[in-house]
Design a binder for this molecule. Structure first.
Ligand code: 3PY
Ligand code: MG
Length: 285
């Protein structure tokens, strides 16, 4: 079909290109679209480190209140540090899936939450409802929060703002595996995220991510996510492990944590430096 109008001067497009500003896709939209997304967990309660990590080109980062050193009181400075333009989207792993834990993290400006130890569709359903406003959820609404841009989003923008938040639930137990299809089907759950440490321990194969039991779990979570149109995610201890998960349909990856990356990089650097220095020089006295 011709893209030119006969009434217009030859060669001119019939309609001028729209000048509507295009809103970049949210992390949630990108995750649900199946885009491979990479992030890392922040274990340290350091805004300084958060800022460095946020600028590394990752799609997201996650401030870990379950196992990290940060506490709720550290969240605001951490989120501020991680909020420069074109930096990773900041998420929070809350300690538990309680209403107030989720609401506080989102009010402070987290763009989504990860909730550990979700074992049933009922739990997942409740968690998803704490993220969104009525009628899709039961989140309390306040306009003058950081998450609502201090009132500038206004009443009209609340639903859209809540809609863009990413809801990640962790699959970390045999019960969760058993219920994973139902958990994946829960409205508002966006990412089924395996915690490999908890899951391998719960399966009685601690740390054995090549074990057939664990591989079967990975396949199962990948299939459940695909069937429900959700993303499957996991924390990888080594970036090389991403391929095996990607083959099972996983797209949402944490490259370990900043502490582990630092530890590995320093050890590798130290090893290279020691080899380059050669054997000790004999003292001449
Ligand atoms: C786990 O490994 O158990 C986690 O929760 C983090 O990946
Ligand atoms: Mg865990």
């Amino acid at each position: 079909m011709s893209r030119h109008c006969s009434k217009c001067a030859a060669g001119k497009p019939a309609t001028a290109p729209s000048r509507e500003p295009t809103t970049p896709a949210s992390l949630r939209q990108r995750a649900l679209a199946g885009e491979p997304l990479f992030g890392t967990f922040l274990f340290s309660d350091s805004p300084f480190v958060a800022e460095v990590v946020a600028r590394c080109g990752l799609d997201w980062l996650l401030i870990d209140l379950e196992h990290g050193t940060a506490d709720s009181a550290d969240l605001l400075p951490m989120l501020l540090a991680a909020s420069a333009p074109d930096t990773a989207v900041a998420l929070v792993r809350v300690e538990t899936g309680e209403r107030i834990r989720i609401g506080r993290a989102l009010d402070l400006g987290a763009q989504g939450v990860m909730v550990p130890q979700i074992h049933s569709a009922e739990q997942a359903h409740q968690v998803a409802r704490w993220l969104r406003t009525q009628p899709d959820g039961e989140r309390g609404i306040a306009l003058f929060t950081r998450g609502m841009d201090f009132g500038t989003v206004g009443h009209a923008g609340v639903a859209k703002r809540h809609e863009d938040l990413t809801c990640i639930v962790q699959i970390e137990s045999p019960a969760a595996l058993e219920a994973v299809d139902e958990i994946g089907a829960v409205e508002g759950v966006d990412v089924l995220f395996i915690g490999p440490t908890d899951l391998t321990h719960a399966l009685g194969i601690p740390g054995q991510i090549e074990h057939p039991l664990y591989r079967a779990a990975v396949t199962r979570v990948g299939q459940a996510a695909k069937a429900a149109g959700k993303a499957a995610g996991v924390l990888v201890w080594n970036p090389e492990d991403v391929g095996g998960y990607a083959a099972e349909g996983f797209t949402f990856f944490s490259i370990s944590s900043e502490v582990s990356v630092l530890d590995k990089a320093l050890r590798a650097g130290l090893g290279s430096a020691r080899r380059a220095a050669g054997p000790p020089i004999e003292a001449e006295f």
